[in-house]
Design a protein around this ligand. Sequence first.
Ligand code: FMN
Length: 230
Amino acid sequence: MPGWGPGDQRRQLRRKARPAPAPAARSPRRGVAWIIVILETVVTTLDEQGEPHFAAMGVVWGEETIIIRPYTNTRTFRHLHKHGEAVVNVTDDVLLFAKSALTHERLECEPAPRVHGVVLSGACHWREVQVREIAVPPAAASASRADVITRVVGAGTLRPFVGLCRAKHAVVEASILASRLRFLPLPEVLAEIGRLEALVEKTGGPREREALLLIRSHVERRAGNAGGRR
Ligand SMILES: Cc1cc2nc3c(=O)[nH]c(=O)nc-3n(C[C@H](O)[C@H](O)[C@H](O)COP(=O)(O)O)c2cc1C
């Protein structure tokens, strides 16, 4: 992708990248070793203009297959359907979850070595994936989820995962709540965010605090817009 920045940055990413493991003889979905773990990630796709798009997504994680489960009315679903490629980024920087779920901010990123897409600069490690199959529920309502089954074609590591932290967990949960205001009762969301906020104050650093502020202002803005409907 021309114009993406200095070539040495790209070479650096290639060095850190490694090829995906060889595909198994049969589908891991049917294999006994297929253990379902849903990991919270940031999925990057390219939009119609080739610009990067960032969205926090829980994915069904596997070494060879990753299932992304976007709602069918999201841009991520549209991009996956149209371009068939994405990068699944794993990060411990929870501010990136809040930003990618609740804002349109363009996050720092670099071109992916094996697919048309970008790797989040704040990722600990990533998987580059190609869409194999998309299963949309029959007569899908606007808010139903698709199963986008992808094959892992590349992977790489940028830095170690920092470790478990209650404040990071709290920010991820609060971001999910804030992204579901259309489905969840506002008073419950506000009460739960208040509880999670205490964990961030007790155990978080500046990134977690900034994330919580962003989440709170997003929810309060929505609450203001909802007005009498509360
Ligand atoms: C941790 C986390 C996990 C999420 N998982 C999903 C998911 O699996 N599917 C989905 O459609 N939205 C999920 N969301 C909400 C999306 O990130 C959010 O709606 C985002 O704006 C996607 O829409 P877009 O592709 O139109 O930007 C999640 C949000 C968070 C914070």
